[in-house]
Design a protein around this ligand. Structure first.
Ligand code: 5AD
Ligand code: SF4
Length: 489
């Protein structure tokens, strides 16, 4: 039997209505006229990718996306439970939806993702205007759930795990960009003491290397994809159950003609193997950027976090990676204010920032998540102290970044333009370098659409947070990135 994670034989058929000329989709005796879905996503890239997958499935049920909540027939939230902030925002937005439901009785409201996985039942019970909740492992069954709702199934919640023997999916893309996110592993077996992910995303399961390579080959060949980001909660664990590895997978993907850039996220330092480090020196298409969350620079805090490595081990990894690829750009995640973090332990993290020289960091105050081990620890730290530590750490890192980035001025960097930006009323375009740095530039021709063009930019100013460039060359929409000297930034 197909697992819940898969949706094969979908059973939809369609016809054109003689009177309205509209396409009508038929499924299980129900007719689905063209409808609009409004979707709000919270959290990480995995969630954004899941949302894209959901929207792609919903197309088969005649739904198209709308940005206007008021015009929606179906409202979906894809939720994040990792920290309190995303949680709070979601609850307040879910509360507001009751006004939309009052105005439009036929409106269907669903909540998916990490919060729904653990709290779905309670949510459906508590919020009268919520029709259904669905967990992280039933995403590919979204049309069945929407069908149930339209079939009058009342309020329900589904949070089953996919129990099929392998994790097998095909990447679905709805947008027309040359960038694709490709799931390679789901779940996490690590159980870091502060983290809710193993409870919301389940056990680790990897896709087979052969399947992923074939998937990417198709994306490149038929959908013009030039850049892939391999996704998972802990991609460094990829393939363990199949005697495969991330290093093997990248080596295979590196051979695909037409693919220009490979990224992966997110990593756990414990599983960064020597083989993978070697690949960072060898694979021509692998990005020069690696996000490697360290969380803390204190040995004792790392122990309480159950991270399974020491600061020395982490710094040693950074050194080995830099040796393998001297152009590698490292970034990290930091949690300040873990329960009972002492001033000394906190200062060890500042010291690690000095030593590791990260190009940027994401930093957070610790927030206790219900059900995790650290949430049960007694905790003497006050919220003010946590906030103060975070602010100081961020300003400390900005000084490091400023020094690190200043030498970029005058260099020419190649970026893939991914959008427009408006800076102090000036219309600009922006893109990311191979090393994942954002560079903004003013167009030479103001009306020209640079979206998804590869351009070379000469950096005119580089501060800790922003990089401005002058357009030197527009290569158009296709380029062989890895052959270029300009891919180093
Ligand atoms: N409190 C604060 N930050 C957290 N993160 C994960 N769990 C928590 C928590 N309970 C951060 C970690 C992780 C990132 C995705 O979110 O830094 O790497
Ligand atoms: Fe959470 Fe990452 Fe630790 Fe897994 S490895 S428990 S996702 S922090």
């Amino acid at each position: 039997m197909a697992g819940l994670g898969k949706r094969q034989n979908t059973g939809e058929t369609s016809f054109i209505d003689n009177v309205t000329g509209q396409k009508i989709v038929k499924l299980g005796g129900l007719e689905f006229p063209p409808r609009k879905v409004w979707m709000k996503t919270f959290g990480c890239q995995m969630n954004y990718h899941d949302s894209e997958r959901i929207l792609s499935h919903l197309k088969d049920l005649n739904f198209s996306q709308t940005e206007e909540k008021e015009r929606a027939d179906l409202i979906l939230f894809n939720t994040c439970a990792i920290r309190d902030l995303a949680n709070t925002k979601f609850y307040s937005q879910l509360g507001e939806i009751k006004h939309n439901k009052k105005k439009n009785e036929k409106l269907v409201v669903g909540v998916g993702g990490c919060v729904a996985q653990t709290e779905g039942k309670a949510l459906v019970k508590k919020y009268k205007h919520l029709d259904f909740a669905f967990g992280t492992d039933v995403i590919d069954s979204i049309n069945d759930l929407v069908f149930r709702s339209y079939a009058g199934d009342g309020k329900f919640s589904v949070n089953a795990w996919d129990r099929s023997t392998d994790f097998s999916i095909e990447t679905k893309i709805t947008h027309g960009s040359p960038q694709a996110f490709v799931n390679i592993i789901k779940g996490c077996n690590k159980y870091c003491s502060y983290c809710i992910v193993p409870y919301t995303r389940g056990k680790e399961r990897s896709r087979k290397c052969k399947e992923v390579v074939e998937d990417v080959r198709k994306l490149v060949k038929y959908q013009g994809i030039q850049e892939v980001t391999l996704l998972g909660q802990n991609v460094n664990s990829y393939g363990k159950e199949n005697n495969e590895s991330l290093a093997m997978l990248i080596t295979e993907l590196d051979k695909i003609d037409g693919l220009e850039l490979i990224r992966y996220t997110t990593s756990h330092p414990y599983d960064v193997s020597d083989e993978l480090i070697e690949v960072h020196g060898k694979a021509k298409k692998l990005s020069n950027h690696l996000h490697l969350p360290v969380q803390s620079g204190s040995k004792t805090v790392l122990e309480r976090m159950l991270r399974e490595y020491t600061p020395e081990h982490f710094l040693n990894l950074c050194e080995k990676l830099r040796k393998a690829n001297p152009n590698i750009i490292l970034s990290t995640d930091i949690i300040v204010g873990f329960p009972n973090e002492t001033q000394e332990e906190y200062e060890a993290t500042l010291k690690l920032l000095d030593e590791a020289q990260f190009d940027f960091i994401y930093s957070y105050v610790y927030s206790a998540r219900k059900g995790t081990k650290s949430a049960k620890m007694s905790d003497t730290l006050a919220d003010d102290e946590r906030g103060e530590r975070l602010r100081y750490l961020q300003s400390y890192q900005l000084k490091i970044q400023e020094k690190l980035r200043a030498p970029l001025k005058g260099k020419t960097l190649r970026v893939l333009v991914d959008g427009q930006s408006n800076q102090k009323g000036i219309k600009k375009w922006k893109g990311r370098t191979n090393g994942n740095r954002i560079v903004h530039f003013e167009p030479i021709e103001s009306d020209k659409n640079y979206l998804w063009h590869w351009v070379d930019l000469e950096v005119t100013s580089a501060t800790a947070l922003s990089c401005q460039g002058k357009l030197v060359k527009d290569h158009g929409k296709r380029i062989e990135m890895h052959d270029s000297e300009n891919s180093l930034g």
